[in-house]
Design a protein around this ligand. Structure first.
Ligand code: FRU
Length: 504
């Protein structure tokens, strides 16, 4: 190792030590409070945003995340790290990356991971503020490697891409790298004249990159900047997932501050051009952004997103932490080229006590269930065949005095699924509605994952997914079924209490 590399390693070690020591101290104070999630990934303390570097390496699943270890707010970005043998039981590891060099002095921004012949290689964006007001930036692509999957060394070749190839904007970030035939490919998010775009590079060795071209870009209707692009094949189609900033709300669509969605099409690797259909949102809930995917050794394409939204109120900041990732979801492409997300089956390992209703039940008015809890998986299937109710569904986190509840419902005539968090506790409220456009089924199947401050709803086997943060009182634990202005036939109901994987 030459002198320069030694210096880089030392600086990085000093910064990591500082961050890890600080986190340890915070954890000992144990101030995380009643909304601390039981089976989702969050930092041991303080802030997280995007999932980064998702990979299965030497048989274990690794998830990194954008992390500010020194406060519960966004700040100079580090990479936090957890790993798991089964996608369910996660273990916190020391922080993997800290800002330490001239090229990443103000943050190790989002990126991805690859297995380069047994070396776990992280590819990330080094962020540098060019002025005190933090209005001007320089963003460069960097790599860091590890053989044990825990300790990472920043590469002597950094930055491996020091500036955009064309006269693009300074926003140039979030590398996602994959291998196709003999080359590594990298897609990056950027913009030109306030229109978001994704650009493609290729390399033989992860260190020397050449520019291929523009993969896809906004025509003005798809946002001013594309963050966190991710590219993969599903069957014989190619998919580009990305998070455009600044698409205006339009009816039910684009209701969040920023969106995450996808384009399905075909990438011409020689020109870099991705021909594609129209943009679709991935998740219609309040809290979903910056999703990333990876391929596991069973050939599954698995996706994890950040289960929050920029500028949303996050009440847990007062308890010393903020931000969490969604449960892992398997992606499939439907015959009409829409992405379907299903919870990974491994999550069944969380199940404890099961409650079921024997046989079918006619629901009208309110039906209070025996099951209750903060951490539940619920499967409820309703028939539309003899339904004359205008609306039906379930309520979770209900308080005994009826003041708190979170409502998941189906409006029959409108074919709309809604989530209403106006009475969900101390967090932001609002109602989200999304029409089931494709389902021909005469059934509505809700598959719900409830944690202490989250609610993920999968409708009709992943045709529609809504991810949400809610902050109810810990005593609000009731579950109810309901039907308004008529009745609906409940075909089956099962619920499980779920385990707290973080409890020692
Ligand atoms: C997306 C994002 C990325 C960036 C990171 C910084 O949420 O803005 O574009 O790399 O967060 O934390």
């Amino acid at each position: 190792m030459d002198k320069n590399s030694q210096q880089v390693m030392l600086q990085q070690q000093v910064m990591l030590q500082k961050a890890n020591d600080y986190l340890k101290e915070r954890m000992e104070q144990n101030t995380s409070g009643s909304h601390r999630l039981a089976y989702h990934i969050a930092a041991p303390a303080n802030w997280i945003n995007d999932p980064n570097g998702l990979i299965q390496f030497k048989g274990e699943y690794h998830v990194f995340y954008q992390h500010h270890p020194f406060s519960a707010e966004w700040g100079p970005m580090h990479w936090g790290h957890v790993k798991s043998k089964d996608l369910v039981h996660w273990e916190h590891l020391p922080i993997a990356l800290a800002p330490s060099e001239a090229y990443d002095q103000d943050g190790c921004f989002s990126g991805s991971a690859v297995d380069d012949k047994g070396t776990l290689t992280l590819i990330y964006t080094g962020n540098v503020w060019m002025n005190e007001e933090q209005t001007e930036i320089k963003q460069m692509q960097c790599i860091a490697t590890s053989t044990d999957g825990i300790t990472f060394v920043k590469d002597a070749a950094n930055p491996v891409i020091s500036a955009p190839a064309e006269e693009e904007a300074a926003d140039f970030r979030d590398p996602k790298v994959w291998k196709y035939e003999k080359y590594w490919y990298m897609v990056l998010g950027t913009k030109k004249e306030e229109k978001g775009k994704a650009v493609l590079y290729r390399s033989l060795d992860l260190r020397n990159w050449s520019y291929v071209g523009v993969m896809a870009e906004s025509d003005g209707s798809l946002g001013y900047m594309w963050e966190c692009p991710d590219f993969f094949s599903l069957g014989d189609k190619d998919v580009l997932v990305f998070s455009p900033q600044g698409i205006d709300a339009e009816g039910e669509r684009y209701q969040n501050l920023h969106q995450t969605g996808y384009l399905v099409g075909h990438l011409d690797y020689s020109t870099g051009v991705f021909s594609h259909g129209s943009f679709e949102e991935l998740d219609k809930g309040f809290d979903f952004y910056a999703a990333q995917t990876f391929l596991d050794d069973q050939g599954r394409r698995i996706l994890i997103g950040w289960m929050d939204m920029w500028e949303s109120k996050m009440p847990t900041q007062e308890q010393g932490w903020a931000g969490a990732l969604t449960i892992p979801r398997v992606l499939e492409l439907s015959a009409d080229e829409k992405l379907i997300m299903k919870p990974v089956p491994e999550l069944q390992k969380l199940r404890k006590k099961c409650y079921g209703l024997a046989g079918e039940q006619m629901i009208f008015g309110k039906y209070i269930l025996e099951v209750e809890g903060e951490c539940l998986e619920i499967l409820a299937e309703f028939s539309l065949e003899s339904c004359d109710a205008s609306e039906f569904g379930l309520k979770v986190r209900c308080s005994e005095d009826g003041k708190e509840e979170t409502v998941v419902s189906y409006r029959v005539d409108q074919r709309q699924v809604t989530v209403d968090r106006n009475r969900s506790g101390i967090g932001p409220g609002g109602v989200r509605a999304s029409t089931l456009e494709r389902s021909e089924k005469m059934k509505i199947r809700f598959h719900v994952f409830l944690d202490r401050s989250s609610l993920e709803i999968f409708v009709n086997d992943g045709e529609l997914v809504m991810s949400n943060r809610i902050y109810p009182d810990p005593r609000s634990r009731g579950v109810e079924l309901f039907a308004f202005c008529g009745k609906v036939n409940l075909l089956s109901f099962e619920a499980w209490e779920l385990k707290d994987i973080w409890k020692k």
